[in-house]
Design a protein around this ligand. Sequence first.
Ligand SMILES: *Cc1c(COP(=O)(O)O)cnc(C)c1O
Length: 564
Amino acid sequence: MKNQEAIAYFSMEIGLDPEMPTYSGGLGILAGDTIRSAADLRVPMVVVTLLHRKGYFFQKLDNTGWQTEEPVEWSVDDFLTELPERISLSIESRTVALRAWKYDVVGFTGFVVPVYFLDVDLEENSEWDRTLTHYLYGGDLHYRLCQEAILGIGGVRMLRALGYKHIKRFHMNEGHSSLLTLELIDEYMNKKKLDSITEEAIEYVRKKCVFTTHTPVPAGHDKFPMDLVKQVLGGHEAFEIQGLCIHEGMLNMTYLALSLSHYINGVAKKHQEVSSLMFADYKIDSITNGVNVSTWTSKPFHHLFDKYIPGWEEDNFNLRYALNIPNAEIWQAHYQAKKQLFAYVNREANIGMDIDTLTIGFARRSATYKRADLIFENIERLKKIPSEVGMIQIIFAGKAHPQDQDGKELIKRIFQAKDFLKKDIKIVYLENYDMELGKLITSGVDIWLNNPVPPREASGTSGMKAALNGIPSLSILDGWWSEGCIEGVTGWAIGEMPRGSEDNENRTQDANSLYDKLEQIIVPMFYNDRQQFINIMRHAIALNGSFFNTQRMMLQYVLKAYFI
Ligand SMILES: *Cc1c(COP(=O)(O)O)cnc(C)c1O
């Protein structure tokens, strides 16, 4: 691949293996799924990320729901192979040496996409510098900027040292890696012996770069004060160019990537609209996210698809033919997957959840805008559902960012509601949500719930995992669900389609809509019209599983961004 024109994919986090804690949430999971699908499709790709030796964290919850964090110890050389190449970059005028470790992602035809994990934990570096690649999203702004310099600038240099001379496109998966554009400018100027940045240099870099923006939440867009930037990176002529990367007096990683990419996309149609309002000067397209079907389909559905839809893994469009799978067999596969989840839940929590009871799943990062506690908004109304309509159970999971006090309080509130409802509704909050638990939950509940404040959910992917496993969503019409929801066919909507790029926070209204759907439609259908419920499960697979996958997504990147 080194002599071929490859796509270099840069991401701060990647979820490749449940045992490698090098991801925190949706962004990393998406990166992993993207890479697996690239390997399956034989897209020539090389990947750059950081080696998070201490990982994201291991979550502990006490009996009030208060979260504490423990570093995750993992044995790097059990998974990765160290490479002999060394490069260096300057951080605060110190020379910091960098090595890389390799992990091969192998597609089902044997095609390999190499992933390079950058590592500064080397003897020749100072004590402090050695920690710079340890923690994913740890530390302060200063630590973060140093990490982004390593990823962007160090990443390009490492690829060159590894022999990748012909990179066709650099794909920035979120703005964390956008300093790579400055390194590309410098490379061009050196090659052309320029002493200042020309229009051609900018154009050259722009043609090389692709940028995917992932969130309309302002805190998700990195910006750094200029004195910090000067201290860490030194000066750069690019900082003097009007409107290139300085926004409101700060180095803004999103603007840097926007200015220097020829193709920019949001991660769902709705997110494209919102991003176009946020960044009105840039042309933004959309490629809706997906999930890797082989990774997220439970064993029972794997067998069922093998039986009825030969070739579904090689060509995911075939999932459309799930329309022909008989109801009884869909239910049987679902029941098996549910049994696996319940074995785990009852062993972990000793709660005696009942497999025949309608079970709602909610698992995602505990950030307040995701409103994990919305279902408890009118707790008296919820409390009556079991006696007046039918039994329900709820399974929660999710980590709060270590510095997000509000996110931690949110988990505590769920624990309080859980205690309050103890006699009526069984509720469990599972610790340490990760890829493995994610797969178990998204394939083992009956309904997948998602209710963020719109329009903050750029895409969301856990509902796509559920759909593949025949689990319908009950969700706010935001992110992917504004495309995936056909009311009463693939699942159900909470509330109305939101408008504009401002928050549409209608807590009471949204909660009432959620209760209405449960009381009037979902709970009665689950118990009294099981065949209709299974029809919806089937359409979740056929209409949504066949489309919201990373194979279709990767084909769109090839079509619109990588090779044109
Ligand atoms: C799929 C997944 C996510 C992302 O889910 P969203 O619906 O985008 O919030 C986060 N964490 C884990 C462990 C996952 O498996």
